[in-house]
Design a protein around this ligand. Structure first.
Ligand SMILES: Nc1ncnc2c1ncn2[C@@H]1O[C@H](COP(=O)(O)OP(=O)(O)O)[C@@H](O)[C@H]1O
Ligand SMILES: [Mg+2]
Length: 580
């Protein structure tokens, strides 16, 4: 499992290959430098034990050596730290910007599957863990591993018998570490998954706060969240049980090793085969190495833990958008605005058919209306026109070209879209209107707002166009949001304009007014209008009735009225209810 993890991690961080390697070299030097100190100690002790005339001078010489060794080591670690910090900050920037890019580029198909809280938590925790891993890697794992190896080789040169005694407990130690981590891994995967779910849940309660409070469901939201956290806690405890047992056994193995090394060294000193200085050196080195081994194994525990979280991030980063530009995609320089659906069928993931053999043609500048019961597939047709999804069967032609052959970002430049719930950014009204045309000046923005009959209510705000509207436009009414959405679309001067129940939140009077703007616009724009109130679409060139994924009626108002099918029925129902 870790192998695959490192492969993925490498793939994503390969831009940092060089600084990573340079850093390893720095650490090797740093760790080797650190061995000079204990060696000098040994020399000092041994020369004091065998006191001679020249000893004072020699000890002074050794002490100066020690001082230099300390200074150089410290200066060197300063360099190493500096480099590690630099890498950490650069990797953080790199990963977060890439993750954000991925998120905004992934197609609607992905975003409609997963909730916002989970997505953000996945990225946040993934990046945090990667940084933690890199920090651990350079501050702990690599230095310690190098230390272990270098020290062991040194010990081997000094005395191979002691080295063997030292080594005797190491295999048990390693086996324990692998085995326990393997046992903990499934628990970790489960825990990280639930963490995302919990964040998603928290996000949901906040996003829908009005409903939560209006229905007095605060306690229930709390309980459900707590239930999830309790669950995570239980898993965490189990996991920690395993790791604590592991630590206990590991410590025991090391204790045994220590005593064995001590016994062996004392034996060698008694036999007169090594000096007292060497005894101290052996003990220092083996102590140090055991401690390092212990540290490595704990880092390994953490790597194994982090890998579960990081894997989730790496999977997201590795995700490909379901909608991709064909390599030979054609740039779109201008658009006339002809739309043809040629036997188009579609279903979402669930495979439940949503559109069945839909065929129609809209000529440039024409206005067509889609009507029919909700859930029939009207909004899905719009998603296909925007190519948020690809059709499962059949073709969609734009100006005679298959939509799959158009460069998507070019193509969407020519589209305008206003939906039932216009997405509003937590920004000023001005910037919300200009969202699709950043370079627009105030005069253009005002003009668009006037056409959308938004100018009047905007001016009633104290700060006018500079009013900030809160998250999701919380300070605006539904109808006001829709008018801002319409202004946003008008400002862009699209060639194909889609209104998906765009006036559903407005009163009849506002709707009539906007109707005029729409008709004015309709002269040189292809319009696709979805509306429940049939009065809105009465003047459309053609009306398509979509029922249950099928196109069942087609014609203009008068024709459909005469046919006496669903459209006529809806018409008489609405006429009865409409106050006119
Ligand atoms: N993202 C989605 N994933 C799965 N099913 C969806 C999705 N969006 C819409 N549907 C389903 O597709 C059908 C058509 O929906 P839609 O096109 O929104 O209808 P309309 O706009 O006519 O009310 C409905 O049954 C709806 O439940
Ligand atoms: Mg709809």
């Amino acid at each position: 499992m870790l192998k695959e993890f490192f492969k993925k991690a490498y793939a994503i961080l390969k831009d940092f290959k060089k600084p990573f390697i340079v850093l390893v070299v720095f650490i090797v030097v740093s760790e080797t430098l650190q061995l000079v100190q204990p060696y000098l100690f040994k020399e000092i002790i041994d020369s004091i034990v065998k006191w001679q005339e020249l000893t004072v001078q020699y000890v002074i010489f050794l002490l100066s050596g020690l001082l230099i060794a300390y200074l150089v080591t410290t200066a060197w670690s300063y360099q190493v730290d500096k480099r590690i910090f630099r890498i950490l900050y650069e990797v953080e920037r790199y990963l977060l910007t890439r993750a954000q890019k991925k998120l905004v580029e992934l197609s609607l198909g992905y975003h409609e599957k997963e909730n916002t809280g989970s997505k953000i938590s996945k990225i946040q925790r993934g990046v945090d863990r990667i940084l933690e891993l890199i920090g651990n890697l350079y501050w702990e794992l690599i230095p310690t591993a190098i230390q272990v190896i270098v020290t062991f080789v040194f010990l081997l040169f000094l005395n191979w018998q002691i080295s063997l005694v030292f080594l005797s407990v190491v295999p048990i130690f390693i086996l324990l570490t692998f085995w326990m981590n393997k046992k903990a891994y499934p628990l970790r995967i489960r825990r990280h998954y639930l963490e995302d779910v919990a964040y998603g849940k928290m996000g949901q309660s906040v996003i829908n706060i009005n409903t939560v409070q209006s229905y007095a469901q605060e306690k229930r939201e709390f309980k459900e969240f707590k239930h999830l956290r309790d669950w995570i806690l239980r898993i965490g405890k189990k996991e920690y049980g395993i790791i604590l047992n592991l630590n206990l056994f590991r410590e025991m193995a090391i204790d045994i090793g220590r005593i064995l090394v001590l016994i062996a060294s004392v034996y060698l000193v008694i036999k007169g085969r090594v000096s007292v200085g060497s005894l101290v050196l052996f003990l220092t080195l083996s102590e140090k190495t055991y401690f390092s081994l212990f540290r490595i194994s704990r880092i390994y525990d953490r790597v194994s833990d982090a890998s579960a979280a990081v894997n989730r991030l790496l999977n997201l980063m590795g995700k490909e958008s379901e909608i991709k530009d064909n390599p030979k995609a054609k740039p779109v320089i201008d658009l006339k605005g002809e739309v043809i659906f040629d036997n188009v069928s579609f279903h979402y993931l669930s495979k439940e058919p949503v559109l069945k053999d839909i065929s129609f043609k809209v000529s440039p500048g024409q206005t067509i209306a889609l009507v029919g019961p909700s859930g029939g597939g009207k909004s899905t047709i719009v998603k296909l026109i925007f190519r948020h999804y690809d059709s499962v069967k059949g073709r969609i032609l734009i100006d005679g070209e298959n939509i799959r052959n158009l460069k998507l970002s070019d193509y969407r430049q020519f589209l305008g879209y206003v939906s039932q719930d216009v997405e509003i950014f937590d920004d000023t009204i001005k910037n919300n209107i200009a969202y699709g045309k950043k370079e627009a000046n105030m005069r253009e923005i005002k003009k668009a707002a006037k056409k959308a009959f938004a100018d009047e209510f905007i001016n009633r705000f104290e700060n006018g166009y500079d009013t900030t509207v809160g998250e999701r436009g919380i300070k605006l009414s539904g109808g006001q949001k829709q008018r801002i959405g319409i202004a946003r679309a008008i400002l862009r001067q699209p060639k194909i304009m889609v209104f998906d129940e765009a006036t559903s939140n407005m009163d009849t009077i506002s709707e009539r007014l906007i109707q005029k703007s729409i008709e004015e616009m309709a002269r040189d724009t292809t319009m696709i209008v979805i509306a429940h109130r049939l009065s809105t679409i009465r003047h459309a060139d053609r009306i398509l009735v979509i029922e249950n994924g099928r196109l069942t009626e087609e014609g203009n108002h008068e024709e459909l009225k005469k046919q006496g099918l669903l459209y006529a029925k809806l018409l008489s129902l609405q006429a009865a209810g409409d106050i006119r």
